[in-house]
Design a protein around this ligand. Structure first.
Ligand SMILES: *Cc1c(COP(=O)(O)O)cnc(C)c1O
Length: 359
């Protein structure tokens, strides 16, 4: 992405923002107007197709009426709701998990510090680390996308912060709790464990927090909780980190409407279990019926290897038939034959299977 050329001041911009940046998924607009497309299957962003819980909507609307005041109690109430939901852990909140990643890096990283990232994975760790002037080490996964924990420990070594995503975006791979524990014991820095999709698998990493003072577990309200548009993230943190995080955080970052809606969403456990059941059933269906290899996934998406075709070609052919999926070329280390397909509603998965199987 390059900005408009020509300002006499653009030489002031830092080199790290002269290229690259976050790659956004295809939007419905990209597929509308195509011949024969009546409905669009939105399978590119791993959202929950169900609208937010009525409890989330009700609380969000009530908070809107008090929006003349700065947020305060709404965020305190959210932390209390998190403790009701998960137990007596220590939490921080932010503008999406992305906002938390940014703040955590601000706490620990100055220019030239080392950051380790297990790849291929979510791009924002690297983007945020570059913003801090970090020196980034990438640690490739095995060919089946599992993590070589000994290699991870050796190469992450004394990195200030290491990033591991489980279930991993975009591969869906789940790293067992025992392996995460080995990593925590072996490294001397912080492990940021990204659990954006953990509700869709059966692994529970929370017990690791008791033993390891260097573990931060990132969570989001954007996926299973259906609140992607409100930008709410939270993290389990060790108690010692809380005051440092609060100093580094942008004041009032999380707004009162988002915080209140998130509190409502956490109270609706049926909403979550409905989504989990739908995802498990339809994920199995896609694995069984897709004629291309599907990588085993513990998330609400699957990675599909469309070789010998290119992921971007398949994604654009599917888009022209009303099915939006994510082409995966932009994930370094993955190669160019993959697409990532969110598990949406039943009709969306049936349409996806029909179209992919006749390509
Ligand atoms: C979606 C996602 C997030 C967080 O998203 P927010 O909307 O910023 O909370 C974080 N990590 C991964 C791997 C994701 O896919």
């Amino acid at each position: 992405m390059t900005g408009k050329q020509g300002s006499r001041y653009d030489s002031l911009v830092r080199d790290c923002y002269r290229s690259g940046g976050y790659v956004y998924a295809a939007r419905p607009r990209d597929a509308t107007g195509k011949i024969g497309v009546t409905r669009i299957a939105r399978l590119a962003s791993n959202e929950n197709p169900d609208p937010p819980s009525p409890r989330a909507i009700e609380r969000g609307e009530a908070a809107l009426c008090g929006a003349n005041r700065y947020p305060g109690d709404e965020v305190t109430d959210l932390v209390r709701a998190l403790q009701d939901h998960h137990g007596p852990y220590h939490f921080v909140t932010g503008v999406g998990m992305d906002g938390i990643i940014e703040t955590v890096l601000r706490v620990f990283v100055t220019a030239g510090d080392r950051i380790a990232i297990s790849t291929p994975t979510f791009s924002f760790y690297g983007i945020a680390a570059i913003g801090q002037g970090a020196d980034i080490i990438t640690i490739p996964r095995e060919s089946d996308f599992s993590v070589d924990t000994r290699r991870f420990v050796r190469e992450a070594g004394d990195a200030k912060v290491s990033f591991l995503c489980s279930p991993n975006n975009p591969t869906g791979t789940v790293t067992p709790v025992s392996e995460v524990s080995e990593i925590l014991e072996g490294i001397s820095g912080i492990l940021f464990l990204d659990n954006a999709y953990v509700e869709f698998c059966s692994e529970d990493y929370r017990p690791l927090l008791k033993k390891h003072g260097n573990l931060v577990i990132g969570r989001t309200m954007s996926k299973v909780f259906s609140l992607a548009g409100l930008r709410v993230g939270y993290a389990f943190v060790p108690e010692w980190l809380v005051p440092f995080y609060m100093r580094a955080m942008t004041p009032f970052a999380l707004n009162s409407i988002s915080a209140s809606a998130a509190t409502g969403a956490l109270e609706d456990r049926d909403h979550v279990s409905r989504a989990r059941e739908r995802v498990t059933g339809l994920r199995d269906l896609v694995c069984r019926e897709c004629r291309y290899p599907v990588i085993p996934s513990g998330a609400n998406f699957v990675l599909v290897d469309v070789a010998p075709q290119r992921g971007c070609d398949v994604a654009s052919q599917l888009a022209s038939r009303g099915v939006l999926v994510r082409s995966c070329e932009s994930f370094p280390g993955l190669g160019d034959t993959f697409i990532r397909v969110s598990i949406g509603e039943e009709w969306e998965m049936e349409l996806f299977l029909k179209e992919i199987n006749r390509l």
